[in-house]
Write a protein that binds this ligand. Structure first.
Ligand code: URA
Ligand code: URA
Length: 279
């Protein structure tokens, strides 16, 4: 079978899956990019070259993901200070103000029991005009103390991933499905997620990012109400709230399972290409 026949067949299979899901992205049959075993090169540039030939929205036309080495920034999370952004929200569009209102409401929220043990509500951080939004599951210990999402070890890795994408933390928006820390880092319950959901929905409605990345299976379940494994959910865009939504592994999982960095980097390249296509 010629490479183009193979690609056509994969696209056909992929379309069946898309039909099932009501999906959005058609450009990359899962599996086309699975280059395995390539070791990240320390000297590799952080970004794939973004060639002008890319990227058609049409099924079957896209060349598929260009696999590039995992940037070496994925390899270390040792830096104590990522040069944390100072979250300049001065963009002054009116939705910035609305977002501030939603945040003030969240800061006083007592709708579920998580309010009893929280130190700080962790509403979200980043640009109100972000094209790209990351959504995790719930604040952990560090986030609860600081009132900001993804500031612990997993957060430092997320920062590096964002930088490897050629972006800065302050360019994107970062939030969680649950705004308060579940005690002992347990998963947020369905009730807690449900009572918090309106905050996330309003954040998404006000920011209107072009792409959302859901981090980890708990986020996928909480946000999209999908029970499938990440292995099944990743590899293509889903349509959630009319927004191209990609599911990938949580950075905390990458800390435990460094071999998964290859997959997340492949995923982030799809996200970068989507941002280029639509931009
Ligand atoms: N894990 C999450 O899902 N969110 C955070 O903010 C931090 C860790
Ligand atoms: N399982 C999860 O719950 N999250 C991940 O990111 C990976 C595996």
């Amino acid at each position: 079978m010629s490479p183009s026949d193979r690609l056509r067949r994969q696209v056909a299979l992929h379309l069946e899956e898309l039909a099932e899901d009501g999906v959005w992205g058609l450009e990359s049959p899962p599996g086309v990019s699975t280059e395995t075993g390539s070791q990240p090169s320390v000297s590799s540039p952080p970004l794939a070259p973004h060639s002008a030939d890319s990227r058609s929205m049409n099924p079957g036309v896209s060349p598929g993901p260009v696999s590039t080495p995992v940037p070496h920034v994925f390899e270390s999370v040792a830096a104590p200070d990522m040069g944390a952004s100072d979250h300049d929200l001065s963009g002054s569009a009116s939705h910035d103000l609305d977002l501030g209102q939603v945040e003030r409401e969240a800061l006083g929220c007592t709708s579920c029991r998580l309010c009893e043990k929280r130190t700080k509500v962790v509403f979200g951080v980043g640009s109100p005009n972000a094209d790209l939004m990351f959504i995790g599951e719930a604040p952990g210990h560090d986030e609860d103390l600081q009132g900001e999402p993804f500031v612990g070890r997993a957060g430092q890795l997320l920062n590096r991933i964002i930088e490897a994408m050629g972006l800065r933390r302050e360019d994107v928006y970062i939030a969680n499905a649950a705004k308060c820390r579940p005690p002992n880092n347990r998963n947020p319950s369905a009730e807690e997620i449900a009572s918090c959901r309106h905050f996330l929905l309003r954040q998404v409605a006000l920011i209107r990012p072009r792409v959302i990345v859901l981090l980890g299976r708990v986020a996928v379940r909480s946000v999209m109400d999908r029970e499938e494994s990440l292995a099944r959910m990743r590899g293509r865009f889903h349509n959630w709230q009319g927004i191209a939504t990609y599911c990938t592994y949580h950075p905390a999982y990458l800390l435990r399972t460094p071999s998964a960095k290859r997959m997340v980097w492949d995923d982030m390249q799809q996200v970068m290409r989507r941002l280029e296509v639509d931009g």
